[in-house]
Write a protein that binds this ligand. Structure first.
Ligand code: ADP
Ligand code: MG
Length: 417
């Protein structure tokens, strides 16, 4: 059972590497879950397989290199790259029959995987897993058939068992893991979208109220303008008022659209002060409704790096919560501080506050004390955006007194544009 034993060893090494590799990719900002990082991860896996393969005969290497090839080729669409890398790596271990067999088997496989990738992507998850497992099994069979050409007698029962069971098992485990991660990611995105929709809806209600005021005023003055005997001077005056009212209605709509517009996911340089000003003007109608006065104190400079749309979504959520925590009015202080290393943003309200259990649950999905008015997703989105921007949050709160949110983001040097 030498082959079986060695392939199991190969499989455990691979799973350990993929496990830690994925954790690293998930955590690191520089090498997120992108194509190039997957290419590196899978190439390292292929090398690991070939390095730790079982070599009973000098020219044959038994290992599970087909697993990273199949999974990477089908899920990421990098079949030809992995195939080329595999051939190059294999060539370092001697150009012999084994090498030519690798060439003969894996060149077509790499190309087939590449052609299959678009079709594969459209299948349901369960079907994708079955598909990868079948491919693994076929490759296993072909590998064992290839061995029959070797002169050296091998334990064929062992080889058949090893190559029928272990590659399919390994591929099943890994594909299942990949599907699981994808599903979790999709769910997270879906939650963020739901939360945004809800916020858009609630703000839409407040904002339409805010637009109605200037429109009513404007239409009143238009009615006055219909008077034929109005003096030229008065007419001019009224027209100026109408123009101003329409302009303020347009500004409210404009502000709202900046928030509701779909995100483009781009990293840019954010001027914290002007971003916060914009967010506050979006939320002004909501604050007016709750008789909340917003007081600001901004440092003169302060640039950070991030996605503007996400940054706005994050602070709209925080400020909205703060305003909602003061149903009978109060003060909302928003201030920023700037230092060489950090830009600090402080959001303080004089609202209902939270006790320590509530503070602990802050950011938990669906945790809300607002009944049907709350989604309990706002703070979760805040935490995930701040984390993605390399920032940190620290919250202080006292029941009946209010809450303070402290945010810290790394400063972007102005000359580092
Ligand atoms: P939602 O606003 O939909 O309830 P969030 O995730 O935005 O969901 O907030 C979760 C909960 O955290 C709120 O229901 C509220 O109890 C509490 N919370 C958040 N911000 C504040 C705040 N500034 N003051 C008091 N409680 C807050
Ligand atoms: Mg909220």
């Amino acid at each position: 059972m030498e082959i079986t034993k060695h392939l199991f060893f190969n499989l455990s090494l691979m799973i350990i590497l993929l496990f830690f590799g994925l954790i690293y990719l998930e955590k690191s900002k520089k090498f997120s879950l992108s194509k190039p990082s997957f290419i590196i991860l899978f190439i390292v896996t292929i090398w690991l397989c070939i390095q730790f393969s079982y070599t009973p005969i000098s020219y044959a290497r038994f290992d599970l290199r087909m697993i990273p090839l199949v999974v990477g080729g089908l899920y990421v669409g990098i079949g030809p790259i992995l195939m080329a890398a595999m051939i190059i790596i294999r060539s370092f271990y001697g150009i012999n029959i084994g090498f030519w067999q690798t060439l003969a088997l894996y060149i077509p496989v790499g190309l087939i995987l590449w052609r299959l990738h678009p079709w594969f992507y459209k299948q349901a998850p369960a079907r994708r897993i079955v598909c990868t497992v079948c491919l693994g099994m076929i490759l296993g069979i072909l590998t064992v058939l290839g061995m029959s050409f070797d002169d050296e007698p091998l334990n064929l029962v062992d080889a058949w068992f090893a190559y029928l069971v272990i590659p399919s098992l390994g591929i099943a485990i890994i594909s299942y893991g990949v599907e699981f991660i994808r599903k979790t990611n999709e769910m997270q995105q879906e939650l963020i979208r739901t939360e945004k929709l809800k916020a858009v809806e609630q703000m839409g209600a407040a904002i339409s109220h805010e637009i109605r005021n200037p429109l009513t005023a404007a239409s009143g003055f238009v009615q006055l303008l219909q008077d034929d005997y109005l003096s030229r001077q008065k007419r001019k005056e009224y027209l100026a008022i109408v123009k101003e009212e329409l302009f303020s209605a347009e500004k409210v709509i404009q502000d709202y659209l900046t928030f509701a517009k779909p995100s483009l996911e781009s990293l840019e340089e954010l001027n914290v002060k002007s971003e916060l000003r914009q967010i506050i003007s979006i939320l002004q109608p909501l604050a007016n409704q709750n008789s909340v006065e917003i007081v600001t104190d901004f440092s003169i400079i302060g640039y950070i790096k991030g996605d503007g749309q996400k940054f706005r979504q994050c602070f709209v959520n925080v400020l909205k919560n703060a305003i909602e925590s003061m149903p009978h009015g109060g003060y909302l202080y928003v201030s920023t501080e700037y230092s060489q290393d950090e830009v600090t943003i402080k959001v303080q309200d004089t609202g209902v506050g939270m006790n320590s259990q509530q503070l602990d649950r802050l950011g938990e999905p669906f945790y809300s004390t607002k009944g049907k008015n709350g989604t309990g997703l706002g703070m979760m989105v805040v935490y995930s955006i701040v984390r993605a921007m390399d920032g940190s949050i620290w919250v202080e709160s006292e029941v009946g007194k209010g809450t303070i949110f402290h945010f810290e983001f790394p400063t972007l040097p102005i000359n580092g544009k």
